[in-house]
Design a protein around this ligand. Structure first.
Ligand code: ZN
Length: 274
C-alpha cells in the first residue's frame, strides 16, 4: 500500500517493525501532547532512543507527516497486535487536558482518515465505542474500525477532546466515503517555520515521562527529591514553585530519578546537607 498523497513531510523512523503481517483494518488516532510541526514530530521519532513512532502525524496546521510507511508496523499504541493492523496517527494537541486539537489539525485529520480509508478500499469508518465490542469485532472487507491507545495502556491518549469526537470523526469520514471520490485533496497549508516542539512533559511514552514537581514524583523517589529540593541541590528550571515552596520545572526522567535515589542510598548527598 502506498503512503498518503496528503503527506508533505517524510522522515522515516527507525522505530518500527517493518512490514505488517495483518492487513490494515483499523485507524488509531493519538494526541501528541504538544502543538508541534510535522517536521518536529519527525525529528522526535527519528531518535532511536525514543522507541516510538507513528505511521502519520497531523501537525498543528493540519499538515501531514509520514514516519513509518503505511504497510509497516509503527510503535505507537502499546500493542503490537493493534499496531500490526492499524494505521496510527499522532495529532498535534495542547499539552494540557483536554488535549484540544486546533481546527486546522482536526480538518487535516478528517482528510487523512478519509484518504486512508479510500486507498485501503474501505467504505465505512466505524467507532463502536468500547474496547470489548471493538476488539471482538470482525470487520468486513470494506470496513475500517477505530481504536484508542487508552485501551492498551494506562494512558489518557487520545485525550478527552479527541476521545469525545471519535464518533463524529467516524460519521463524517463515512459520509464522505459514500460519495465516489471527493474533489482533489486540499493543498497543504503553508507551514510556519520553527513551530513549537512537542512538550517535554509528553506523557505519550513512558520512556520520556518527565517529573516536574514533587507531586508528580512517584512514592519511591519522593523522599530523595524532597530533600534535594530542600537543600537547594535540585533547583528546577523556570523559577516556579509549588504550594510548599519547592521548585517545579524539575524535568526529571525516570532514569534520572532512579539514579538520584541510588546515589542518595549510597550517601552521595551527605556533604551538601541533603
Ligand atoms: Zn497514544
Amino acid at each position: 500500500m502506498s503512503n498518503s498523497p496528503l503527506t508533505t513531510c517524510t522522515v522515516i523512523s527507525p522505530n518500527q517493525s517493518g512490514k505488517r503481517l495483518h492487513a490494515v483494518d483499523r485507524i488509531t488516532i493519538h494526541c501528541v501532547v504538544g502543538q508541534c510541526t510535522a517536521e518536529a514530530l519527525g525529528a522526535l521519532f527519528a531518535d532511536p532512543k525514543r522507541f516510538a513512532s507513528s505511521n502519520y502525524g497531523v501537525d498543528k496546521d493540519g499538515r501531514v507527516g509520514c514516519y513509518v510507511d503505511e504497510d509497516c508496523r509503527s510503535w505507537c499504541s502499546s500493542s503490537a497486535a493493534n499496531d500490526d493492523r492499524a494505521v496510527t496517527i499522532e495529532t498535534a494537541s495542547d499539552s494540557f487536558a483536554p488535549y484540544a486539537v486546533r481546527p486546522a489539525a482536526y480538518a487535516g485529520l478528517l482528510d487523512l482518515c478519509e484518504d486512508i480509508c479510500r486507498r485501503n478500499g474501505k467504505t465505512r469508518l466505524l467507532w463502536l465505542g468500547d474496547k470489548e465490542t471493538t476488539l471482538a469485532y470482525e470487520p468486513g472487507p470494506d470496513e475500517m474500525v477505530m481504536t484508542v491507545h487508552r485501551w492498551f495502556a494506562n494512558k489518557s491518549c487520545p485525550g478527552e477532546y479527541l476521545m469525545a469526537r471519535q464518533g463524529e470523526i467516524a460519521a463524517e469520514v463515512t459520509r464522505r466515503l459514500e460519495t465516489p471520490q471527493s474533489a482533489a485533496p486540499p493543498a497543504p497549508l503553508a507551514g510556519e517555520p520553527g513551530g513549537a516542539s512537542p512538550s517535554p512533559t509528553d506523557e505519550e511514552e513512558d520512556d520520556v515521562k518527565r517529573y516536574n514537581s514533587i507531586e508528580e514524583v512517584p512514592e519511591w523517589g519522593k523522599e530523595t527529591v524532597v530533600r534535594l529540593c530542600a537543600a537547594g541541590v535540585l533547583k528546577g528550571c523556570g523559577g516556579e514553585r509549588d504550594g510548599d515552596g519547592y521548585p517545579t520545572g524539575l524535568d526529571l526522567s525516570a532514569d534520572a530519578l532512579r539514579l538520584l535515589v541510588i546515589l542518595d542510598r549510597a550517601g552521595a548527598f551527605a556533604a551538601c546537607g541533603a
